[in-house]
Design a protein around this ligand. Structure first.
Ligand code: GRF
Length: 233
Protein backbone atom coordinates (compact mmCIF):
# COMPACT_ATOMS: atom_id res chain seq x y z
CA UNK A 1 0.00 0.00 0.00
CA UNK A 2 1.29 3.46 -0.87
CA UNK A 3 2.52 6.08 1.55
CA UNK A 4 0.85 9.41 0.90
CA UNK A 5 2.35 12.83 0.73
CA UNK A 6 0.91 15.28 3.24
CA UNK A 7 -1.65 16.64 2.67
CA UNK A 8 -2.62 13.67 0.54
CA UNK A 9 -3.53 14.44 -3.06
CA UNK A 10 -6.79 12.85 -4.20
CA UNK A 11 -8.53 12.28 -7.51
CA UNK A 12 -12.21 11.49 -6.96
CA UNK A 13 -14.21 9.56 -9.57
CA UNK A 14 -17.99 9.90 -9.54
CA UNK A 15 -21.03 9.17 -11.70
CA UNK A 16 -23.96 10.78 -9.95
CA UNK A 17 -25.21 12.68 -6.94
CA UNK A 18 -21.81 12.98 -5.27
CA UNK A 19 -22.97 13.08 -1.66
CA UNK A 20 -19.82 11.18 -0.62
CA UNK A 21 -17.74 13.66 -2.58
CA UNK A 22 -19.53 16.45 -0.70
CA UNK A 23 -18.71 14.80 2.60
CA UNK A 24 -15.02 14.65 1.65
CA UNK A 25 -15.04 18.29 0.52
CA UNK A 26 -16.67 19.35 3.79
CA UNK A 27 -14.21 17.43 5.96
CA UNK A 28 -11.25 18.81 4.02
CA UNK A 29 -12.58 22.37 4.22
CA UNK A 30 -13.13 22.05 7.95
CA UNK A 31 -9.50 20.83 8.28
CA UNK A 32 -10.42 17.42 9.63
CA UNK A 33 -9.12 15.53 6.63
CA UNK A 34 -5.55 16.49 5.64
CA UNK A 35 -6.08 16.08 1.91
CA UNK A 36 -6.53 18.07 -1.26
CA UNK A 37 -8.85 17.04 -4.08
CA UNK A 38 -6.87 17.70 -7.23
CA UNK A 39 -9.54 16.53 -9.63
CA UNK A 40 -13.12 15.33 -9.69
CA UNK A 41 -13.88 13.28 -12.78
CA UNK A 42 -17.30 12.02 -13.79
CA UNK A 43 -18.14 9.60 -16.57
CA UNK A 44 -21.50 11.39 -16.85
CA UNK A 45 -21.72 15.01 -17.91
CA UNK A 46 -24.98 15.48 -15.98
CA UNK A 47 -23.68 14.17 -12.64
CA UNK A 48 -24.76 16.52 -9.84
CA UNK A 49 -21.42 15.86 -8.17
CA UNK A 50 -19.77 18.03 -10.85
CA UNK A 51 -21.90 20.94 -9.65
CA UNK A 52 -20.82 20.23 -6.08
CA UNK A 53 -17.17 20.32 -7.22
CA UNK A 54 -17.77 23.60 -9.08
CA UNK A 55 -19.44 25.14 -6.02
CA UNK A 56 -16.44 24.15 -3.90
CA UNK A 57 -14.04 25.49 -6.57
CA UNK A 58 -12.50 22.07 -7.08
CA UNK A 59 -11.10 21.25 -10.53
CA UNK A 60 -13.53 18.96 -12.30
CA UNK A 61 -14.24 17.43 -15.67
CA UNK A 62 -16.54 14.97 -17.34
CA UNK A 63 -15.22 12.14 -19.42
CA UNK A 64 -18.30 10.65 -21.08
CA UNK A 65 -18.01 7.14 -22.36
CA UNK A 66 -20.62 7.50 -25.11
CA UNK A 67 -19.32 6.43 -28.53
CA UNK A 68 -16.07 5.08 -27.13
CA UNK A 69 -15.10 1.45 -26.85
CA UNK A 70 -14.22 0.21 -23.36
CA UNK A 71 -10.56 0.18 -24.32
CA UNK A 72 -10.59 3.70 -25.78
CA UNK A 73 -12.35 5.02 -22.69
CA UNK A 74 -9.85 3.48 -20.34
CA UNK A 75 -6.94 4.80 -22.38
CA UNK A 76 -8.27 8.33 -21.85
CA UNK A 77 -8.95 7.72 -18.19
CA UNK A 78 -5.54 6.18 -17.59
CA UNK A 79 -3.71 9.01 -19.25
CA UNK A 80 -5.58 11.54 -17.07
CA UNK A 81 -4.87 9.55 -13.90
CA UNK A 82 -1.22 9.18 -14.92
CA UNK A 83 -0.85 12.90 -15.56
CA UNK A 84 -2.36 13.78 -12.19
CA UNK A 85 -0.45 11.11 -10.36
CA UNK A 86 -2.52 11.66 -7.21
CA UNK A 87 -1.65 9.73 -4.07
CA UNK A 88 -5.09 8.13 -3.95
CA UNK A 89 -7.83 7.52 -6.50
CA UNK A 90 -11.10 7.64 -4.62
CA UNK A 91 -14.14 5.95 -6.11
CA UNK A 92 -17.27 7.65 -4.80
CA UNK A 93 -20.18 6.15 -6.69
CA UNK A 94 -18.21 5.65 -9.93
CA UNK A 95 -20.46 3.29 -11.89
CA UNK A 96 -17.90 1.82 -14.26
CA UNK A 97 -15.96 -1.36 -13.73
CA UNK A 98 -12.24 -0.67 -14.04
CA UNK A 99 -10.20 -3.07 -16.12
CA UNK A 100 -7.57 -5.26 -14.50
CA UNK A 101 -4.85 -3.37 -16.40
CA UNK A 102 -5.88 -0.04 -14.92
CA UNK A 103 -6.21 -1.46 -11.42
CA UNK A 104 -2.75 -3.06 -11.72
CA UNK A 105 -1.19 0.20 -12.91
CA UNK A 106 -2.48 2.05 -9.83
CA UNK A 107 -2.25 -0.96 -7.58
CA UNK A 108 -2.97 -0.29 -3.89
CA UNK A 109 -3.88 3.33 -4.57
CA UNK A 110 -7.55 2.97 -5.56
CA UNK A 111 -10.11 3.07 -2.74
CA UNK A 112 -13.84 2.34 -3.00
CA UNK A 113 -16.90 2.59 -0.80
CA UNK A 114 -19.50 -0.09 -1.32
CA UNK A 115 -23.00 -0.13 0.17
CA UNK A 116 -22.94 -3.53 1.85
CA UNK A 117 -21.12 -5.49 4.50
CA UNK A 118 -18.58 -7.04 2.14
CA UNK A 119 -17.97 -9.79 1.22
CA UNK A 120 -21.78 -10.03 1.30
CA UNK A 121 -23.78 -8.38 -1.48
CA UNK A 122 -21.18 -7.43 -4.05
CA UNK A 123 -22.50 -5.72 -7.17
CA UNK A 124 -25.59 -3.56 -7.72
CA UNK A 125 -28.95 -3.05 -5.95
CA UNK A 126 -27.57 -4.07 -2.59
CA UNK A 127 -30.31 -2.42 -0.48
CA UNK A 128 -33.09 -4.09 -2.44
CA UNK A 129 -31.41 -7.51 -2.23
CA UNK A 130 -30.77 -7.16 1.50
CA UNK A 131 -34.46 -6.37 2.12
CA UNK A 132 -35.64 -9.23 -0.13
CA UNK A 133 -33.48 -11.60 1.90
CA UNK A 134 -34.96 -10.20 5.15
CA UNK A 135 -31.46 -9.52 6.51
CA UNK A 136 -31.42 -7.89 9.90
CA UNK A 137 -28.10 -6.09 9.41
CA UNK A 138 -26.66 -4.03 6.57
CA UNK A 139 -23.98 -1.38 6.15
CA UNK A 140 -21.08 -0.13 4.08
CA UNK A 141 -17.46 -1.03 3.47
CA UNK A 142 -14.37 0.92 2.46
CA UNK A 143 -11.78 -1.20 0.69
CA UNK A 144 -8.73 -1.11 -1.52
CA UNK A 145 -9.69 -1.96 -5.10
CA UNK A 146 -8.27 -5.11 -6.65
CA UNK A 147 -8.96 -6.77 -9.97
CA UNK A 148 -11.94 -8.64 -8.47
CA UNK A 149 -15.20 -6.66 -8.36
CA UNK A 150 -16.02 -5.25 -4.88
CA UNK A 151 -13.18 -7.20 -3.37
CA UNK A 152 -9.80 -6.31 -1.89
CA UNK A 153 -8.51 -5.55 1.61
CA UNK A 154 -11.12 -4.01 3.87
CA UNK A 155 -10.13 -0.74 5.52
CA UNK A 156 -13.32 0.00 7.40
CA UNK A 157 -16.84 -1.24 7.78
CA UNK A 158 -19.93 0.04 9.61
CA UNK A 159 -23.26 -1.63 10.14
CA UNK A 160 -26.80 -0.88 11.22
CA UNK A 161 -29.75 -2.95 12.35
CA UNK A 162 -32.73 -3.13 10.02
CA UNK A 163 -36.20 -2.76 11.47
CA UNK A 164 -39.02 -4.04 9.27
CA UNK A 165 -41.10 -2.91 7.46
CA UNK A 166 -38.28 -1.30 5.48
CA UNK A 167 -38.16 0.15 1.98
CA UNK A 168 -35.17 0.58 -0.33
CA UNK A 169 -35.04 4.38 -0.20
CA UNK A 170 -35.11 4.56 3.59
CA UNK A 171 -32.43 1.89 3.90
CA UNK A 172 -30.26 3.60 1.26
CA UNK A 173 -30.54 6.89 3.17
CA UNK A 174 -29.60 5.19 6.45
CA UNK A 175 -26.56 3.53 4.86
CA UNK A 176 -25.50 6.81 3.25
CA UNK A 177 -25.52 8.47 6.67
CA UNK A 178 -22.94 5.89 7.75
CA UNK A 179 -20.97 6.37 4.54
CA UNK A 180 -20.65 10.12 5.03
CA UNK A 181 -18.86 9.53 8.34
CA UNK A 182 -17.02 6.31 7.54
CA UNK A 183 -15.40 7.37 4.24
CA UNK A 184 -13.70 10.53 5.57
CA UNK A 185 -12.65 8.66 8.73
CA UNK A 186 -11.13 5.82 6.72
CA UNK A 187 -9.35 8.24 4.41
CA UNK A 188 -8.04 10.14 7.43
CA UNK A 189 -6.48 6.87 8.54
CA UNK A 190 -4.96 6.28 5.11
CA UNK A 191 -3.66 9.82 4.71
CA UNK A 192 -2.08 9.91 8.17
CA UNK A 193 -1.24 6.19 8.44
CA UNK A 194 -3.20 5.80 11.61
CA UNK A 195 -5.64 3.16 12.66
CA UNK A 196 -8.25 3.28 15.35
CA UNK A 197 -8.20 0.69 18.06
CA UNK A 198 -11.75 0.36 19.29
CA UNK A 199 -10.61 -1.59 22.35
CA UNK A 200 -8.34 1.20 23.60
CA UNK A 201 -10.43 3.95 21.96
CA UNK A 202 -7.30 5.51 20.51
CA UNK A 203 -5.71 6.40 17.22
CA UNK A 204 -2.40 4.64 16.78
CA UNK A 205 0.32 4.73 14.14
CA UNK A 206 -0.27 1.85 11.75
CA UNK A 207 2.24 -0.96 12.25
CA UNK A 208 1.59 -2.72 8.99
CA UNK A 209 0.71 -1.13 5.69
CA UNK A 210 -2.07 -3.68 5.20
CA UNK A 211 -3.64 -2.97 8.56
CA UNK A 212 -7.30 -1.99 8.41
CA UNK A 213 -8.09 1.49 9.69
CA UNK A 214 -10.63 -0.07 12.06
CA UNK A 215 -9.90 -3.51 13.36
CA UNK A 216 -13.56 -4.52 13.49
CA UNK A 217 -16.91 -3.76 11.92
CA UNK A 218 -18.25 -0.72 13.72
CA UNK A 219 -21.80 -0.57 14.98
CA UNK A 220 -23.55 2.67 14.07
CA UNK A 221 -23.16 3.68 17.73
CA UNK A 222 -19.41 3.09 17.74
CA UNK A 223 -19.04 4.94 14.45
CA UNK A 224 -20.94 7.89 15.90
CA UNK A 225 -18.69 7.98 18.97
CA UNK A 226 -15.44 7.70 17.00
CA UNK A 227 -16.65 10.30 14.52
CA UNK A 228 -17.45 12.79 17.28
CA UNK A 229 -14.11 12.13 19.01
CA UNK A 230 -12.36 12.67 15.70
CA UNK A 231 -14.15 15.97 15.04
CA UNK A 232 -13.30 17.21 18.53
CA UNK A 233 -9.60 16.32 18.41
C1 GRF B 1 -22.89 5.24 -2.48
O1 GRF B 1 -23.95 4.63 -1.82
C2 GRF B 1 -21.71 4.31 -2.58
O2 GRF B 1 -21.67 3.36 -1.57
C3 GRF B 1 -21.90 3.63 -3.90
O3 GRF B 1 -22.51 4.59 -4.73
C4 GRF B 1 -23.23 5.52 -3.94
C5 GRF B 1 -22.80 6.88 -4.37
O4 GRF B 1 -23.60 7.89 -3.81
N1 GRF B 1 -20.64 3.15 -4.39
P1 GRF B 1 -23.17 9.41 -3.95
O5 GRF B 1 -23.06 9.71 -5.44
O6 GRF B 1 -21.90 9.61 -3.23
O7 GRF B 1 -24.31 10.18 -3.33
Amino acid sequence: MKTSTYPARLTVLISGNGSNLQSLIDHINSHHLPAKIELVLSNRADAYGLQRAADAEVTHMSLPSQGLSRLEYEQHLRSILRQRSSDWIILAGFMRILTADLVKEFSGRIVNIHPSLLPAYKGLNTHQRVISDRQTQHGCSVHIVTTELDDGPLLAQAMLDITYPMDTNTLAAQVQQLEHQLYPLALFGLCTQQCYDVATQAWQRAQSPQQPIFAQTLTSCQLQQIYQTWLNR
